[in-house]
Design a protein around this ligand. Structure first.
Ligand code: SAM
Length: 187
C-alpha cells in the first residue's frame, strides 16, 4: 500500500528525483531503513550522510547498511542534525527528516523543535535547485505537539519565490495522524 504509510509516499517521490552519484542526507537515521533506501538510489558513487544522536540508532543503521551491501557510500555520524553543515558539503539532492522517537527505544529521546528548525534551515541552504527536503511529523498522546506547531509555522513562512512547500493531510484518520511534507527549492 502506498498511502497508508507516509514513508512510502515520500520514498516514492524521491525515487523520481534522486539520481546516481548524488549527495543526500538522512537527518534522523533511526533504524536505518531510509539510509539504505537513499544509498540504493545514489549508488556506489553517491554519498549518503546519516545523522542520529543515539549510539543504538547508528549501530542499527550500520548493521542494516552492511547487510544491504551499500556501506561504501554511507557516512554515519553520531551527532545532531543541527550540525550537518560541519560534515556535509552541498549541493545535496535531498534531505529526509522523520521526526519523533526511535521505535522500540526510549521515547523521551526525541527530536525537538529548535534543533529541527535549525537543521531544516541548514538542509535548505545545502539543497540544490530542484532538490527536495522531506519531513514527516510524528506526534501524539503527550508528545510532539509543540514541535509540530513550530515546524509548521516555520515552513509556512518560507519565501514563496524560493520554495514550494506541500503538506499532506490524512483527512479521515483520527488519533494524530503523521504529517508528510515536501519542500522543493525553485530552479
Ligand atoms: C522516527 S525516528 C527515525 C526513523 C528512521 N528514519 C528509520 O528509517 O528507522 C527519529 C530519530 O531521530 C533521532 N534524533 C532525535 N534528535 C535528533 C537530532 N537532533 N539529530 C539527529 N537525530 C535526532 C532519534 O534518536 C530517532 O532515532
Amino acid at each position: 500500500m502506498l498511502i497508508k504509510n507516509p514513508v512510502y509516499i515520500i520514498q516514492d517521490i524521491l525515487k523520481n528525483l534522486v539520481t546516481k552519484g548524488e549527495t543526500v542526507v538522512d537527518a534522523t537515521c533511526g533504524n536505518g531503513y531510509d539510509t539504505v533506501f537513499l544509498a540504493q538510489l545514489t549508488g556506489e558513487n553517491g554519498n549518503v550522510f546519516a545523522f542520529d544522536i543515539q549510539e543504538q540508532a547508528i549501530r542499527q543503521t550500520k548493521e542494516r547498511v552492511e547487510k544491504a551491501g551499500v556501506q561504501d557510500s554511507v557516512t554515519l555520524i553520531l551527532e545532531g542534525h543541527q550540525h550537518m553543515d560541519r560534515f556535509v558539503k552541498g549541493p545535496i539532492a535531498c534531505a529526509m527528516f522523520n521526526l519523533g522517537f526511535l521505535p522500540g527505544s526510549d521515547h523521551k529521546i526525541q527530536t525537538n523543535w529548535p534543533d529541527t528548525v535549525s537543521a531544516i534551515n541548514k538542509a535548505l541552504n545545502l539543497l540544490k535547485q530542484g532538490g527536495v527536503v522531506t519531513v514527516i511529523i510524528y506526534y501524539g498522546k503527550d508528545t510532539g505537539y509543540v514541535e509540530r506547531d513550530e515546524v509548521l509555522s516555520f515552513l509556512a513562512q518560507l519565501d514563496t519565490k524560493k520554495y514550494n512547500v506541500l503538506k499532506l493531510d490524512y483527512l479521515n484518520r483520527t488519533n494524530d495522524p503523521p504529517i508528510p511534507i515536501l519542500i522543493e527549492k525553485n530552479e
